[in-house]
Write a protein that binds this ligand. Structure first.
Ligand code: DAH
Length: 340
């Protein structure tokens, strides 16, 4: 009777262990069969009621059943463990032949690239780079540049006023007087920065743009120095075959004044849509510093002379990269910026 029960337990345990597919289920089976309240233990507890002959026989059988179950348990545990490891290995395979993820590396904005180049060129000629405030006194933006209140030149540079005598500067020329008040000649500076004008946005206008101002004051500075300096800068930016020309113009703070054109890089002077059929493209304003401007800053115009110029940074950037719409420079569209 007990022998049959033992055989049955063994059989059942074996088939259940065979089917068991997880470690926690395996533990449950161990408790079920071998635990303190397990089936085998329950049988062994009844052995007291057996006869002296039967007891060793049943005892032996019970031991062998226990041993069989224990062996099966640990064999199954080992199997499950290696199955799990194999599964994990398969799931975690790395395909090293897949192409790598590329990393996006930032780039300098084309305006910054051009500005860095301009700085480099002028540093090489012994210039110093100085900065001036964007929120400026009317005095430096206009009056110190020979543009008194009510001067018509103010209308062409309509700006954003903060108070009656404080405004967003319309030109980096505002730095000229600031430099001349502090430094005595020889002066050789460039001053890059943002300027503001109350202009509507279109392909060639923006209420915020950038200029680079240049100022040289020393003894015996002539228009030839201005011409040579500008020509050198333009050749360095656009290549050795770049040509410039000076056209007479008027600025209140220079005398004589000139507008400077470069030969169209697209048609080399022939005339094309890029230069509106002119063959030349205007790039900057310049001239010999007006004696009265020098005087207002305490520099004797009988002893010293100087030249000044103001370059539009957008204009030369658009020229060298053939960008037809200024707005592209401000929109931060990565499809555009990624091309430089
Ligand atoms: N400030 C002028 C402008 O914004 C450009 C300019 C003209 C600057 C002549 C100069 C200069 O220094 O001498 O239109």
């Amino acid at each position: 009777m007990m022998k049959e029960q033992l055989e049955k337990i063994k059989e059942l345990a074996e088939s259940e262990l065979e089917k068991c597919g997880a470690a926690d289920a395996l533990e449950a089976l161990r408790v079920k069969y071998l635990g303190k309240k397990g089936e085998l233990t329950a049988i062994l507890k009844q052995m007291g009621g057996l006869s002296a002959e039967e007891r060793p026989v049943v005892g032996q059988l019970a031991n062998s059943v226990r041993q069989t179950i224990e062996e099966k348990l640990s064999a199954r545990a080992a199997e499950l463990k290696s199955e799990l490891a194999a599964k994990k290995l398969k799931e975690e395979t790395l395909d090293v032949t897949l192409p790598a993820k590329s990393r996006t590396v930032g780039k300098l904005h084309p305006l910054t690239v051009t500005l860095n180049e301009v700085k480099e060129i002028f540093l090489g000629m012994g210039f110093e780079v100085v900065e001036g405030p964007e929120v400026e006194y009317d005095y430096y933006n206009f009056e110190a540049l020979n543009i008194p209140p009510d001067h018509p030149a103010r209308d062409t540079q309509d700006t954003f006023y903060i108070t009656d005598n404080v405004l967003l500067r319309t030109q980096t020329s505002s730095v000229q007087a600031r430099v001349m008040e502090k430094k005595k000649p020889p002066i050789r500076v460039i001053s890059p920065g943002r300027v503001y004008r109350s202009d509507a946005v279109d392909a060639t206008h923006s209420p915020l743009f950038h200029q680079v101002e240049g100022l040289v004051v020393d003894k015996s500075i002539t228009m030839a120095d201005l011409n040579g300096t500008l020509e050198l800068m333009m050749k360095r930016i656009y290549g050795e075959d770049c040509k410039i020309r000076l056209r007479p113009h008027h600025f209140p703070f220079t005398e004589p004044s000139a507008e400077v054109d470069m030969m169209c890089f697209n048609c080399h002077g022939e005339g094309c849509p890029m230069c509106k059929n002119e063959g030349w493209i205007e790039i900057l304003g310049a001239g010999m510093v007006h004696p009265h401007v020098l005087e207002m800053c305490g520099i004797d115009p009988e002893v010293y002379s100087g030249f000044a110029f103001g370059i539009g940074l957008e204009r030369i950037t658009m020229g060298r990269y053939q960008i037809s719409d200024m707005r592209l420079l401000y929109e931060n569209d990565m499809r555009f910026l990624g091309q430089f």
